[in-house]
Design a protein around this ligand. Sequence first.
Ligand code: F6P
Length: 363
Amino acid sequence: MSDIKRLGILTSGGDCAGLNAAIRAVLHRAITHYGWTVYGIHDGSLGLMNRPLQYSELTLDLFSGNLLRMGGTMLGTTNKGDPFAFPMPDGSRKDRSGEFVEGFKLLGLDALIVIGGDGSMKILNKLCKQGGLPMVGIPKTIDNDVHCTDFAIGFTTAVNVAVDALDRLQPTAASHHRVMILEVMGRDAGHIALNAAIAGGADVALIPEIPYSLEGVINRIEEVKREGRNHALVVVAEGCHTEDGRPLTVAWDASERRYGGIGHYLSQKLSERVEAETRVTVLGHVQRGGEPSNRDRILASAFGVHAVDLVADGQFDRVVVWQNRGVTDVAISKVVIGPRAVDPGDDMVRIARGLGIYVGEPA
Ligand code: F6P
């Protein structure tokens, strides 16, 4: 057993539904079961880098009923500002990692729970290693691209939002005999697109991991018509490239690429060759907000309790994960190896194809 008295917790990277449910679970276990004091660090790593430190003590009175249900993160977060190369106002980059480590010590923390995606967990792990800070990670991201876990917090809520969009698009598509294109998030991973297409009855699911041809998309739409349906639903992941391999991201600044545009590209290409009107819906950040699904609440609760138990056991540099219908944990070194793409041999790809969905060209 470790000798913990003061536990820090922060959320890092893009927000998603279920973060507050995870914070709630950590609070519950740490305060009620172990009697520790818990400090919520504000705005990801910034809270420990800034002076004065930005944090608040998280107490049991925060357990009002709505914490479990709330979208976003009560702690704030950031998906910018790598402390090892922090963007300064004059455009230069500065290594501010020492300030983070110092902040941890100034606050007198004994351990830190980091709720983040693969990118932010990698940075936080490097920071904690540098300072010898005990850390446990909890995976979250709507993209579901964290290694070693079947699910990350936020994914099922995002898929629900995308499926809800398809449910709403289908009747209007049918009424106007249209091809509806839904562009979903996921960066370079197609998990949201693939799962939403299966659950939402789409005819086409384009994901960055599997090359497609416009011919293939058009063939499927024509086939749907021959089967007697007057409309079609196409789901495309924001990270898909044009047919000739051009990425549709925008270099926003030196460190950031923003995704978007593939839906409109497809719409234009299809409308030239398909005898039906096309319309595009870009779902964007609505996939991140709103109340967490029941699955995300359960996942976040299990992750939060398990993470605190790991800290109590003195098991650090580990990430809690969901495998084989239960919560367990793995070494962080196995997780922070880059984003987990959809494996083209994955069951979900086979299932989608089994449903007649065009998922790009078979290998
Ligand atoms: O990684 C999560 C995610 O929502 C991606 O799916 C999306 O491309 C990106 O974040 C958007 O980031 P931002 O909030 O900076 O626009």
